[in-house]
Structure formats: C-alpha cells, structure tokens
Design a protein around this ligand. Structure first.
Ligand SMILES: O=P(O)(O)OC[C@H]1O[C@H](OP(=O)(O)OP(=O)(O)O)[C@H](O)[C@@H]1O
Ligand SMILES: Nc1ncnc2[nH]cnc12
Length: 179
C-alpha cells in the first residue's frame, strides 16, 4: 500500500520547469525519478497497485514517456506491451486518431490487429493534462476491439480536466500525484 511518505518521496523526484516548452506551461519533469532506482521501483509498484498478474491482457503505452513506465508495469502484471505511437513510426497498417495537446496538436497510431478482440487493456502514460492523448488512446483501444480495464498515470493535472473526461467515459483513471 502506497503511504503518504512514498508520495512525498516521489514528489521530491519531480522537477517543475517553468515556461517549457512554451510560455505559461509548468512542465513536470520525471527524468530524475526515472533515473533513481528506488524511486522508479516505488512508482511502478504504486502504479500497479490493485492489479495482479492475470487481471490484464496487455498494457497499452503512449509514446514517448509512457514507454518508460510500460515495460516495468507489464512485467509486474505478467502481460505484454502494445505501443501507441506518433504518426509514421509503426511499420505495419495502422489505426489512427488525431487529438489536441495542452500545447499543440498531434496524432496517435496503433497497429491494426495489435489487440485480440475483447482483450483487457491497461493504458499507461506518465501524465494526464487535457486528456486529449488518453482519450485518443482509449478511442484507439476501443476501435481495435480492446476492453479498457483502467488508465494509470504518475501525474494528473486536474485543473486541465483530463481525468474528469476519462471518468465521464467510464474509464476509471488513477494517478499517483496531482499538481
Ligand atoms: O493530457 P494531454 O493534454 O494530452 O497531455 C498529456 C500528454 O503530453 C505528454 O506527452 P507529449 O505529447 O508531450 O509527448 P512525449 O511523451 O513524447 O514527450 C505526456 O507524456 C502525455 O502523453
Ligand atoms: N505540464 C506538463 N508537464 C509535463 N508533460 C506534459 N504534458 C502535457 N502537459 C505537461
């Protein structure tokens, strides 16, 4: 069970960089947490909490920072990882969805046939802000025939409303830290 001391340790490993990548954005940088063996283990254990091997058929991970957490989570849950990538990166035929970011616009793609019909999917990313990325990923998973078990994030920026949008779709988001 994650304690408030654990949360404080994780918070201490996250830097806030003002005005990156654009003026007005408070960028939550997780690189020091990723580089810290105990911090990374703590974060992954906490993100996997409430799930056990056998509960999930695949972790769907969002490029790029989601990839850094997905392997560790999938290892804990004894399942594989399916990547959701920026346009033009996947070599086979893809499904694609366009979406808005806190800064800018992007598109996400997943390989056609990457999910077995009815597969139980955990979606993983480092952070949810406006929810555009997560909603687009949920849409991809649904179009690919998957069933979303939940969304796990390290960080939620609740003022930007993304987690509320996921909850409104019935997609139960969970994050370790809020800013
Ligand atoms: O909730 P949203 O407003 O959609 O924002 C959250 C997304 O933004 C960041 O990714 P980014 O697109 O910056 O890409 P990166 O992981 O490649 O740095 C973050 O890792 C999430 O994927
Ligand atoms: N404020 C933020 N910090 C880090 N990553 C982000 N992705 C979207 N908004 C972000």
């Amino acid at each position: 069970m994650t304690s408030s001391a654990d949360i404080t340790r994780l918070q201490a490993l996250i830097r806030t960089i003002p005005d990156f990548p654009e003026p007005g954005i408070q960028f939550r940088d997780i690189t020091a947490l990723l580089a810290d063996a105990d911090g990374l283990t703590l974060a992954l254990d906490a993100m996997a909490e409430g799930l056990a091997p056998g509960d999930v058929d695949a972790v769907v991970a969002v490029e790029a920072r989601g990839f850094l957490l997905a392997g560790g989570l999938a290892h804990r849950l004894h399942c594989g990882v399916v990547p959701v990538r920026k346009p033009g990166k996947l070599p086979g035929p893809t499904l694609g969805v366009s979406y808005a970011l806190e800064y800018g616009e992007d598109r996400l793609e997943m390989h056609q046939g990457a999910l077995r019909p009815g597969a139980r999917i955990l979606v993983v990313d480092d952070l949810i802000a406006t929810g555009g990325t997560a909603l687009a990923t949920g849409e991809l998973v649904t179009r690919a025939g998957g069933h979303i078990v939940g969304f796990r994030f390290l960080i939620d920026l609740p003022e930007l409303g993304g987690a509320a949008k996921l909850a409104a779709r019935g997609w139960s988001p969970r994050a370790l830290l809020s800013y």
